[in-house]
Design a binder for this molecule. Structure first.
Ligand code: DGY
Length: 324
């Protein structure tokens, strides 16, 4: 691979503060407000060799940088980066797997318990003085006890969630495109079959065309009236209007969501629903985990700029590491 000598890295849009600090110390960063090539002249664009990003990077944006070599995505999910196009132009894309797995799995369990046992509502009840004034918080109609969990997407995070649920005494089943040979959980060839078999569906697949609106009205009806949906992957995987209708009509019992189709705008209809438990995409959002993600973003750039292979290439770009 023929690489230039500059250490010029573009940051389009907002980025984690630790990424910014390290880039300022170790690279020559250029910050622009958003991923719009019109914000730079041709000469400046030609000087860019790397990008650090937490925003959408389209094919046309990639094309605007003739000497771009690497895009380091802040996040394990990289559906917002056109990685297939980047790979076709020999541009490396990296993401931040592993360092957030346990944090996201922990948060998923918290969201699940909050959804079933209404813990945020019970705390609000206490804080409002209603325990003293009105007596005990009403018993919750839902519980984790006796449920069977179906995990849609048994990758690193899905497996970490499954292991935690096992410790809770919960039976696990799963759906992935291909059956895993390293787990004993029952596998379902289709999402519909999984949703029919379980009463707790945990969605942790990556976003993108393959999973777009995969959880639709048919899947929700298969989950059934006692069914609970938990979603921590990408909002695009859930057909939100269908979910809202199913919750309004009590065709499923409840949903806990950390991700939404049009973030940061969670639909008002969901906010208004008593059987929806909503978080603002915080699954990996602790200082320590976000710092680890930040370090991995910059370490990937550092490795590449030093002539070493990228540390965590996305699957589309693995071949670009060969010979480095
Ligand atoms: C990820 O890493 O993809 C999480 O959604 C956090 O942004």
């Amino acid at each position: 691979m023929n690489r230039g000598n500059s250490r010029t890295v573009l940051v389009p849009g907002r980025i984690n503060p630790r990424v910014r600090e390290r880039l300022e110390r170790e690279f020559e960063p250029v910050f622009i407000d958003k991923a719009d090539p019109g914000l730079m002249d041709e000469g400046a664009r030609a000087g860019i060799r790397g990008m650090a990003t937490a925003t959408a990077i389209s094919a046309s944006f990639i094309d605007a940088f003739p000497n771009l070599e690497i895009i380091a995505n802040f996040g394990v999910g990289y559906d917002a980066v056109d990685a297939a196009h980047a790979a076709s132009k020999a541009v490396m894309v990296t993401n931040t797997p592993d360092v957030l797995t346990d944090e996201v799995a922990d948060t998923t369990i918290g969201l699940l318990l909050n959804t079933l046992r209404e813990l945020p509502k019970a705390e609000a009840y206490l804080r409002a003085g209603r325990w003293a004034a009105e007596g005990a918080y009403p018993l919750t109609s839902l519980t984790l006890r006796g449920r069977t969990a179906g995990i849609f997407g048994l990758g690193r995070i899905g497996l970490a969630i499954a292991r935690r649920l096992e410790a809770f005494g919960i039976e696990i089943q799963y759906h992935t495109r291909n059956k895993r040979s390293d787990v004993d959980y029952p596998w379902h060839e289709t999402l519909l079959s999984l949703a029919t078999a379980v009463d707790l569906l945990i969605v942790v697949v990556p976003g993108g065309a393959a999973t777009d609106n995969a959880v639709n009205a048919e899947i929700l009806d298969a989950l059934g009236t006692d069914g609970v949906l938990i979603s921590v992957g990408r909002g695009s995987t859930i057909d939100e209007p269908a979910l809202i209708e199913a919750l309004e009509q009590n065709r499923i019992a409840a949903a806990g969501l950390d991700v939404f189709a049009n973030e940061p705008n969670a639909p008002k209809a969901l906010i208004d629903l008593p059987n929806a438990c909503l978080l603002p995409h915080v699954a990996s959002a602790s200082v320590s985990t976000r710092n680890a993600m930040a370090d991995l973003v910059v370490d990937n750039l550092a490795a590449w700029f030093d002539g070493r292979p990228a540390i965590t290439p996305v699957p589309e770009c693995k071949d670009l590491n060969k010979g480095n």
